[in-house]
Design a protein around this ligand. Structure first.
Ligand SMILES: CC(C)(COP(=O)(O)OP(=O)(O)OC[C@H]1O[C@@H](n2cnc3c(N)ncnc32)[C@H](O)[C@@H]1OP(=O)(O)O)[C@@H](O)C(=O)NCCC(=O)NCCS
Length: 174
């Protein structure tokens, strides 16, 4: 299995490298993509480079992590999606994240990418739980979480950097 790339009908997901920092900054430097999570906003290219370096380290340590997402046949990064370890209520879980540039919203890309990410994570780590943490007013993200098979689970709600996060979890969690 190629650990460096994941393909869906329309998308190519690649394991991040340092050269992806500019594309990641184009996503996280845009205030529209962090409207619900302002603490995620990046101020400059240097912050993007540090963030991508952390993503690369997670991959090196764990063999999975966030993917950069491009449309098949294009070099432009349009989003990122993936899972990373985190603790919620002292329990290790796979935290699912997805974020795309506004120009491509509404085309089903987040659902398509997140669905591939969740399938792969649960296939490779069937004993683990996937959790998406979503701000209560972020309807688009909640819709994506439900469409990829996660269920609203208030017992895993937690306080995030930007306030209360609602939890959506894989059904196997309990
Ligand atoms: C959340 C986000 C990833 C969704 O990306 P997307 O590619 O537009 O999502 P999809 O096209 O796959 O849409 C998924 C579902 O949500 C619905 N949806 C999309 N935008 C919506 C909105 N603003 N309000 C309500 N529902 C919305 C879609 O209609 C779709 O449901 P449907 O197929 O039943 O119609 C994108 O808006 C984004 O990057 N937002 C900023 C970052 C973010 O908030 N990430 C999540 C942090 S928890």
């Amino acid at each position: 299995m190629d650990l460096h790339e994941l393909r869906t009908a329309r998308l190519r997901l690649t394991r991040p490298t340092a050269t992806d920092a500019a594309g990641v900054f184009a996503i996280l430097g845009d205030p529209r993509t962090v409207e619900h999570n302002p603490s995620d906003r990046l101020e400059d290219h240097g912050e993007a480079a540090e963030l991508v370096a952390r993503w690369v380290r997670h991959w090196e340590e764990h063999g999975f992590g966030y993917w950069c997402v491009r449309e098949s046949g294009s070099d432009r990064i349009i989003g990122y999606a993936g899972v990373k370890w985190m603790q919620i209520h002292e329990r290790p879980v796979l935290n699912l994240v997805y974020r795309f540039v506004p120009e491509v919203w509404g085309r089903g890309f987040a659902t398509e990418a997140a669905s591939a990410v969740v399938s792969r994570a649960l296939h490779e780590m069937p004993a683990e739980s996937v959790v998406a943490r979503v701000r209560p007013d972020n309807l688009a993200s909640q819709n994506v979480a439900v469409k990829v098979g996660l269920q609203r689970d208030a017992t895993m709600d937690c306080q995030g950097e930007d306030g209360l996060d609602w939890a959506f979890t894989s059904p196997e969690i309990h």
